[in-house]
Structures are given as C-alpha cells and as structure tokens.
Design a protein around this ligand. Structure first.
Ligand SMILES: Cc1cc2nc3c(=O)[nH]c(=O)nc-3n(C[C@H](O)[C@H](O)[C@H](O)COP(=O)(O)OP(=O)(O)OC[C@H]3O[C@@H](n4cnc5c(N)ncnc54)[C@H](O)[C@@H]3O)c2cc1C
Length: 456
C-alpha cells in the first residue's frame, strides 16, 4: 500500500486505478474471463514520458510491471498478480504516409483504429481479424491472417520502433533489439511507437461462408478437394485465402470458411469466390467488397466479446487425410458452446515471409510454408469451461500423436502457454535462442520485462 501512495505522490499526473477504485473491475477486464489475477494497480499513461516514469518508479521500488494493450493474450498474461500493469491503449495515434507506404502508430493501437484510419487514407495492412486485438501484441507474436500469402506475416511489417527500455529511457530500438522484438514480444522494452508497412488500396473482398453441413465430413471433403483442384489447375493467386472452420451455430455444428481476396481487383476476386461457392452448397455467404475495417465489423457477430478460454495451437507442414479425419472426429465431440471453434490458417510458399529479400531480420522461426491449427477451446459460459478445456487438450494430444511426422518444432507463440515453452532452442532454433539469451542479458539484466512473452 505504501508503494501505491508513493506512486500517486511521485507521479501526480499519471492516472492510477487501484483495487479500491470502482473502475478497477472494468480496467482489469481482459478477453480470457478464466484469468482472475489482481494487479496492485493499473496505470494509464498518456505519453511515452509517463511510461518511462512508471518504469523508473517500478525499478526504484522493486515492483513488477507488465504491459496490456488489447488484453487479448490467450492466457491473460498481461495481468500479473500484485504488479503495476501499464495499460498502453491511450498511445494509439496513427499517422499515414501513403507515398512512403508507411504508417507511424502508437504502441497501444487496436486493430479497429488502425484499419479505420488506414481506410480513410485508402490503405490497408495485415491486421488481427478482430477489432479489439492490440496490433503490437499481434505483430510481435508472428501476426497471422488472411493477407499472409500476399503481403507476408504481420511480423515482417514492423520497420522500426521507439521503446522505453529497462532503464526507463525512451530510445530508438537498434537492429539487434528490432530482431528480438520481431518474435519475442515485449522482452526488451515497452514499444511506444513503431513504423509499419502499408499498401495503397482500400477495398477487397471479404466475408464468411457457411456451407450446408448436414454431413460435415462431406462438406469439408468437397471444399477441400475443390481447393486442391483449383491449386493444381491454376496456382492459387496470393490474394486468395479461405480459412476453414468448424463451429457451433444456433442451428447446429457447421463447417464454414472465412473468404478473403486481398487485392484491389474485385472482379477477379469475385470469379474465385464463384469457384469456391461451386464446391459445395452454402446456407450463408456474407462475402462482399469491404475495407479492412468493414471486414472486422463483418466478423464481429461470430466472435464473443470475451470467453473462458484454454486454447492451443499446433503447427504442421501439411494437412494430411489423417489430420482431416481428426478434425471430423473433433467436430463430433466439440462441446455445444458458441465460442468453441476449430480453425486452421495456411501460409503458402508464395508468402513474402519465406523469402529473405522480403522478410525482415527476426527471431520468428517458422520460415517455411505451414498451417497453424487453432484449437479454440473457448466457452461463453463458465460452466462449460471444463468441458471445452478437456476437448481442446484431447484434440491437441491426438494431433501431436497422429500427425507426429508433420509437426513443426515451434508452435504459435500467442497460443502456447508459457510453461509449455520448455526449450527456447526448440521454439526459436539454436542460433536465435542464443541470440535472445545474450540480448536479454545485455539489455534487461535485472528482468524488468520478465513478464513478457516468452520467458527468456
Ligand atoms: C479473439 C482473438 C482474436 C485474435 N486474432 C488474431 C489474428 O487474427 N491473428 C493473430 O496473429 N493473432 C490473433 N490473436 C492473438 C493475439 O494477436 C495475441 O494474443 C496478441 O499478443 C494480443 O495482443 P493484445 O495487445 O490484444 O493483448 P495483451 O494481452 O494486452 O498483450 C499481450 C502481451 O503483449 C505484450 N505487449 C502488447 N503490447 C505491447 C507493447 N506496446 N509493448 C510491449 N509489449 C507489449 C505484453 O507482453 C502483453 O502481455 C487473437 C486473439 C484473440 C483472443
């Protein structure tokens, strides 16, 4: 308590929300409702200077800090018991330089504000597909999305950054720190501003298709075979993505796909949409021209604002018939909760992220074509949490067993619990693991950012 009094006295202009404040419960709310950690206080800086003063204060007083932006970490790791949480969401300025193909953005910007401002300037960039996810948290953990084939993963869009370092100084990240930030999240500082790559077009084709799913094995098989034939005939264009999913709708379990044509040639995209729709009858198709912001708004009804979650991801080189069989079995056993979902992202060989000339120096190690199988073991009601958790963990175990020859060493950082990253070498590769350990020792020897993801 004495620390809290000192914080308020020493930094009178900083907004501090403590456990006694009525606002505390609202400020502490994150996406994963199953996490119930109680920080000492949540501070809401208005500037990089206030972030710097908070870090200096925490160091002087031996208090832990953590950083929270969108609060969408799948394990709620932004909330740390008895720590000072730096809620960085007020640092959300977006300045667009369309001619340079870049935007300067604040460290707390969320997907919605970024995509909205870019749309106003007739531009686009890969973003999280949900409006309330923090952009920096997304990009630092890889940044998956439907534009990855065309523009690369989010991580390859982070050009430069200003950070508040472990001494509480505002500095421009040098090349080594940038490499570490791209894939090892906030281990080297609080990112207060970055410059990112953007692209000069505003509208694409995007939306959701729900296929007729009376027999979801046949629905999936027809769509999958159709996509494989299309790829064989026509090398799928990088603008095209169909992200399949199984989920629970009010009328039962369904197989569907999020469709995206990430390019300005809408007529060409429409031709691919028609082909996809010809693979199997559908009961709903919301695909239409959209800015990135409108696409986020179109996704919103399918994702709850928060849920009790214990999700996992498995990275595989390819999806084999055995894995498809596992998906069908998993759909049969998926608990009847609208928040539960099984989905898989693909990143094809054409992605700029797999080509040294177009990817940036980083410790992000999954630099080969792959799929991320996302087991969204989410429950909209607390009483379903145990059941979805059991379902998710059983599916992860089955995939690791049945598809062992396809599994990549690294899973997706955002969806891997910290305690399951038992070897940085396995996760990042031996060279990157050594690099990260040396950098951490040099730039954060006292562990000011010890609650960042992953633990180094
Ligand atoms: C509903 C939902 C949809 C998602 N969609 C996608 C998607 O489409 N693609 C994808 O790749 N991922 C997606 N994710 C995962 C998400 O991108 C990551 O979990 C990301 O880290 C969340 O960032 P956040 O700011 O929202 O979360 P927070 O919980 O606020 O932050 C997570 C961690 O990131 C670090 N951090 C965040 N901002 C900063 C900063 N400015 N400086 C230093 N450290 C910082 C901190 O260590 C913090 O603990 C999704 C997650 C959810 C729950």
């Amino acid at each position: 308590m004495q620390v809290l009094e000192s914080l308020v006295t020493e930094l009178p202009d900083l907004r501090v929300v403590s456990r006694d404040d009525a606002e505390y419960a609202v400020r502490r709310k994150i996406y994963n409702s199953a996490v119930n950690k109680k920080p000492l206080a949540i501070v809401i800086p208005k500037s990089a200077d206030e972030v710097a003063s908070t870090i200096k204060f925490a160091r002087r007083n031996g208090v832990d800090i953590s950083v929270c932006a969108g609060g969408h970490d799948l394990f709620g790791r932004a909330l740390v018991e008895d720590a000072i949480v730096i809620d960085i969401r007020l640092l959300d300025d977006v300045q667009v330089d369309k001619n340079a193909g870049t935007a300067k953005i604040g460290g707390g910007v969320l997907s919605l504000k970024l995509s909205k401002t870019l749309a106003e300037h007739g531009c686009i960039t890969p973003c999280p597909n949900i409006a309330s996810v923090g952009y920096i948290g997304y990009v630092m953990t890889g940044g998956y999305g439907q534009m990855a084939h065309k523009f690369g993963l989010g991580v390859d869009h982070l050009l430069s950054a200003s950070i508040v370092d472990a001494n509480g100084d505002i500095v421009e990240a040098d090349g080594r720190v940038m490499k570490g930030i791209r894939g090892a999240a906030g281990n080297f500082g609080v990112v207060v501003e970055t410059t990112i790559k953007i692209y000069p077009f505003a509208r694409m084709l995007a939306g959701v298709i729900i296929f007729e799913s009376n027999d979801y094995r046949t629905s999936m098989s027809n769509v999958q075979t159709g996509m494989e034939k299309l790829a064989a005939e026509d090398d799928l264009p990088p603008e095209l993505d169909l992200q399949p999913f199984y989920s629970v709708m009010p009328f039962g379990k369904v197989y569907g796909g999020m469709f995206m044509w990430a390019g300005p040639d809408i007529d060409r995209g429409q031709k691919y949409l028609d082909k996809v729709l010809s693979f199997h009858p559908n009961v709903l198709c919301t695909v239409a021209p959209a800015s990135m912001m409108e696409s986020l708004e179109r996704n919103a009804p399918y994702v709850p604002e928060s849920s009790y979650m214990n999700s996992r991801a498995v990275n595989v080189k390819k999806i084999t018939p055995k894995i498809y069989d596992t998906f069908v079995r998993a759909c049969e056993t998926m608990p009847q909760d609208p928040a539960a979902m099984l989905t898989w992202h693909e990143v094809r060989p054409c992605s700029p992220s797999f080509h040294p000339a177009t990817s940036l120096p980083s410790v992000f190690n999954t630099r080969e074509p792959h799929y991320v199988i996302e087991i969204l073991a989410n429950a909209s009601a607390e009483e379903n949490y145990e059941a979805v958790s059991r379902w998710g963990l059983a599916l992860q175990e089955e995939l690791l067993r049945e598809a062992s020859e396809e599994i990549l060493d690294a899973s997706w950082l955002a969806s891997t619990p910290s305690e399951e990253i038992t070897s940085l070498e396995k996760f990042y590769g031996a060279g990157n693991a050594r690099f990260l350990k040396e950098l951490k020792k040099a730039r954060d020897p006292d562990g000011v950012f010890k609650h960042a993801i992953p633990k180094i």
